[in-house]
Design a protein around this ligand. Structure first.
Ligand code: MG
Length: 252
């Protein structure tokens, strides 16, 4: 069941979203070779709590996710567990996914950062993944169908020869971190539910340089590409309004 948000709900979600955006901005400045993904996690958790929010991901799921953020490097697609043993190096792609919960609502967004000098292959992947998000977002208005967004994301990625992860999707978001509907990064235009003002969605293209196939690591969380090639991830939470999409995971 899709939960339609009131104007007041959306206002609260803007607060959660702005904290998520602050954390991603902080990480962008802070990230550098020599830090561990645990260092990033600690800095993120500190800022989330200082802002009066709670990290949405900590303790989520089964096994309970141990971190405040997901930190996924290179061939790791999403859900990487922050670790003191994962040291960031020049040339890596590091994806950081952040969730914050405050006033009864969640915000959720992810960015993939290029650390220092990064190969052109990786930079192109990063750019196109971000473009996929904006191609989908353009269509996020009342009357359009969910499949319109999915198809736009898929087309842009596959036009560049990239693999689109299918097993994991974007999602509705609100009082729960994951609400209906699922928002796949592949699909058919003209299909799926009709979008309405008051729906709030997190769209999150997960795009692979090589095959779309993925595997789950033994830690029960980390998703990796089956061929070991790099992957990129970009996500924002947004509300559908009569005037079009309103991104909630942006700074005040
Ligand atoms: Mg999400």
């Amino acid at each position: 069941m899709i939960k339609i948000k009131t104007t007041e709900d959306v206002r609260k979600m803007q607060k959660a979203g702005s904290i998520v955006a602050d954390v991603l901005c902080m990480i962008e400045e802070y990230i550098k070779p020599g830090l561990s993904t645990w260092d990033l996690d600690q800095a993120a958790e500190k800022l989330i709590r200082k802002s009066g929010a709670v990290p949405s991901f900590k303790g989520y799921g089964n096994p309970p996710f141990p971190g405040s953020v997901c930190a996924s490097i290179d061939h790791e697609v999403v859900h990487g567990i922050p670790s003191k043993n994962r040291i960031i190096e020049e040339g890596m792609l590091v994806s950081i996914d952040v969730g914050a919960y405050i006033d009864g609502f969640h915000g959720d967004a992810a960015r993939t950062f290029a650390v220092g000098q990064v190969s052109q292959d990786k930079l192109d992947l990063l750019r196109v993944t971000e473009e996929c998000f904006w191609k989908g977002l353009e269509l996020a208005r009342p009357g359009n169908r969910l499949g319109d967004l999915s198809a736009a994301v898929q087309k842009h990625a596959e036009d560049h020869g990239y693999g689109v992860v299918r097993e994991l999707t974007g999602h509705g978001i609100g009082r729960d971190l994951h609400e209906d509907p699922d928002l796949p990064n592949y699909g058919r235009a003209g299909h799926g539910i009709r979008l309405e003002a008051g729906m709030v969605l997190a769209m999150e293209p997960m795009i692979n340089l090589g095959t779309r196939r993925i595997a789950l690591e033994a830690d029960g969380w980390t998703i990796v590409t089956a061929d070991g090639k790099p992957s990129s991830h970009y996500e924002n939470t947004f509300a559908i309004t009569e005037d079009g999409p309103l991104i909630l995971t942006k700074r005040d």
